[in-house]
Design a protein around this ligand. Structure first.
Ligand code: ADP
Ligand code: MG
Length: 694
């Protein structure tokens, strides 16, 4: 095992110039390289008699080189190498383009094996630039099922195969078995070493399948072990009991301008019951966009505050933190000096800006009872007097690793409650498909808001092609005339806020100067200063803008009920869950709302996605659909996305996930410290660190 952690830099047969490129592919150690799996396979396993080779096929032949020479085709500025290969049944031409060095590698009269496409020209059949190798050597690039790797510039599959075959020769005895034997047997899985060998140099497609299934199981098994272990630790720790003050909750609910939905009532009750226990709550509140999660969290925060303890509410973006701050200020009017906001750029209570030092003091002394903010909340400098409840809003936005880190941070947050851990309420509007929920949230209790507040109208959703745009612009003008407002969303281009911010800026100009001449248009993007963002959002809320042009920063949680139009540019570039989130920004008032999906693309899959959005308004149904269309990758964090696509497919296999969970649970029951499984223990601790910490 330790040997596999050798850096590739120390492997003599891996030339220095490749190290950087390999690193770009995410491989630094021998282990990484052996876990760099092919993304597909070419079947070159069947050797065909030369006489039976047909035009158009991809074939493999074996024979003697009876002739080989370089021809220079001056006109096309191309070097052509032409050879003739013969076996007992006949002979065939072979042509390589621009690889004149081949004649150094293949000599006349040598035995070769070639695999490639067979074409036809006026001189007859020929192999066109086939893969080739010495027929006396073990099949690596030809004459077998050949692995094809995700390539990067200058690292070809051929090179990778060659290096992996060398590595396997030397290190395959060191491949440790992580999964206990009894489990391998029970689950009918092949061993680690065989699986890794088969993934790189498979004997058959059945073997590939078996190997992929095994690797997927291992991954899922480790995820489940982490999850079960975290849950056990969590259950064994202590928390402050927040006595359920029923009258307080009732009075508060009655003061609200609306009636809670049944789902809100039920979830609130579950949460208040949980935080009454002397063990920390670890609950996920899952509810579609607009289902009213905030007020549920607010009730828990209120009970906590009145019991004398502190609550921290963490949001993924500054915009959202500010919005929560405004909401809480409003609903907790009587206690507003006890509500504070802390982000990278600001700290204040309701009226007053504070110096940071002053503000941190207020938290430490427990004067601030409800602290809202971004990641800034988990900085070392933030010390609470008696933090008893942590709420993580839009937790799906934090990513698997960050989420785990927040959870750990929440557990470790310094306060004078000594060994007690705060109750944790996570909230998400991305409904995870049921099939995957167990895998990722198996360690959480679930509360579900599966109904929207009454009186919401169905949002009319339409795909808008370029020819139809002008009509829609016209329609938007008329809606704005009636007093409504609109969002225009632009996609993140190349994952960079910088570039998409620029695109949004240009579009803002275009919309204001060419399309909506007399309207007031605001601009919001991730690169703006938080203060400016806040100002823009406030102005939009106050109806000082008719239209807000934005990058996807508005995706999460922004609440402006008067806006009834959501235009999504380049809609084919967004995932279903995200589109659903955008759409959820409108439809929050008694007015009819619209979602326009602008697209230039006719790509079938994208359209499938857009159509699914039109057909359903239910986040859970859409999540299932997304799983079906895009596979489970998007629901899974970075660590796991290193899996080969095909192995990934197994992760949507509910049975595999369930089995992995059952095995993980019974293993911990049998041997809680994993004393009898040292190899697994090491792998698990490493895995835990990888998914939990950056
Ligand atoms: P989300 O679940 O997406 O976070 P919010 O908590 O932002 O939703 O709530 C969306 C909007 O619905 C807010 O304006 C909120 O005041 C309102 N709301 C919440 N619960 C109800 C309810 N039971 N009836 C009517 N409106 C509600
Ligand atoms: Mg929300």
């Amino acid at each position: 095992m330790p040997n596999l952690e050798i850096p590739l830099a120390q492997i003599s047969f891996i030339e220095k110039k490749y190290l950087k490129k390999l690193e770009q592919l995410g491989t630094k150690t021998v282990r990484d390289f052996l876990h760099f799996f092919p993304h597909r396979y070419d079947d070159f396993s069947r050797i065909t008699k030369i006489a039976e080779i047909k035009e158009g096929e991809t074939a493999t032949a074996e024979g003697k080189i009876s002739e080989i020479r370089n021809i220079h085709a001056w006109k096309r500025r191309m070097a052509i190498t032409e050879a003739i290969v013969e076996d007992k049944s006949g002979s065939v031409r072979v042509i390589w383009f621009n690889q004149p060095y081949i004649i150094q590698n293949i000599k006349k009269d040598s035995l070769v094996r070639i695999s490639g496409k067979v074409n036809w020209d006026k001189k007859g059949l020929y192999f066109s630039s086939p893969a080739y190798e010495n027929a006396r050597r073990a099949p690596t690039n030809t004459g077998r099922i050949v692995p094809v790797y995700p390539e990067t510039r200058g690292v070809t599959s051929k090179w990778i195969r060659w290096k992996i075959s060398q590595l396997l020769k030397k290190y395959s005895p060191e491949i440790a078995e992580v999964v206990p034997n009894a489990i391998l047997k029970r689950q009918k899985l092949i061993g680690a070493r065989e699986a890794i060998e088969q993934l790189h140099f498979p004997d058959s497609f059945e073997k590939i399948k078996a190997a992929q299934k095994r690797m997927a199981f291992e991954e899922m098994f480790l995820i489940q072990l982490v999850s079960v272990r975290t849950r056990k630790d969590w259950e064994n720790s202590q928390a402050v009991s927040i006595k359920f003050d029923e009258k307080l909750a009732k009075d508060f609910v009655e003061s609200l301008p609306f009636k809670l939905t049944d789902a809100q009532r039920k979830s609130t009750f579950q949460i208040l019951k949980d935080i009454e226990k002397p063990h920390p709550m670890n609950r996920l509140l899952e509810g579609d966009v607009g289902s009213g999660k905030t007020v549920v969290a607010a009730i828990a925060a209120l009970e906590t505050m009145m019991a004398g303890y502190q609550t921290a509410i963490m949001a993924p973006t500054e915009v959202l933190a500010i919005q929560h701050f405004e909401t809480f200020k409003e609903i907790f009017k009587n206690f507003s000096q006890k509500v504070g906001i802390l982000t990278a750029s600001q700290c204040r209570t309701v009226w007053k800006k504070n110096t940071k030092k002053n503000f941190l003091g207020k938290i430490r002394r427990g004067e601030i009872k409800i602290l809202i903010g971004t990641h800034a909340l988990i900085q070392k400098s933030v010390e609470f007097k008696n933090l008893a409840l942590v709420v993580i809003d839009e937790q799906h936005r934090f990513g698997v690793e960050q989420r785990a880190r927040l959870q750990k941070a929440a557990a470790n947050l310094k306060d004078n409650l000594k060994s007690s851990v705060p109750h944790l309420l996570s909230m998400t509007a991305t409904p995870i498909p049921r099939t995957l929920a167990l895998a990722f949230f198996g360690n959480l209790d679930l509360s579900i808001l599966d109904e929207l507040p009454k009186g919401r109208k169905r949002i009319i959703t339409e795909i808008v092609t370029p020819t139809n745009r002008e009509n829609i612009y016209q329609f938007i003008r008329s809606e704005i005339k009636k007093g409504r407002q609109a969002f225009f969303i632009f996609p993140l281009i190349e994952e960079s806020e910088k570039i998409s911010g620029k695109a949004a800026t240009e579009e803002h100009k275009n919309l204001s100067e060419k399309i909506f001449l007399n309207l007031r248009i605001g601009l919001l993007h991730g690169r703006m200063k938080p203060k400016d963002k806040e100002e823009i959002m406030a102005k939009f809320k106050n109806k000082e803008f008719d239209i807000l042009v934005s990058t996807s920063v508005v995706e999460v949680g922004v609440d402006v009920p008067n806006s009834t139009i959501m235009v999504i540019e380049g809609s084919e570039r967004f995932g279903l869950a995200q589109l659903h989130q955008f759409r959820g920004r409108v439809g929050r008032s008694e007015h009819q709302s619209y979602c326009f999906l602008f697209t230039d693309s006719a790509s079938a899959n994208a359209n499938k996605r857009l159509k699914a959005l039109i057909e359903s308004e239910n986040g859970f149904a859409l999540a299932e659909k997304d799983l079906e269309i895009r596979g489970p990758g998007q629901f899974i964090g970075k660590r796991q996305s290193g899996l080969a696509d095909a192995a990934m497919q197994h992760l949507s296999d509910v049975k595999l996930i369930q089995q992995a969970r059952i095995e993980a649970q019974s293993l911990f029951e049998f041997d809680p410290k994993l004393k009898q499984f040292p190899v697994l223990k090491i792998a698990l601790d490493k895995f835990d660190k990888e998914i939990h910490l950056e």
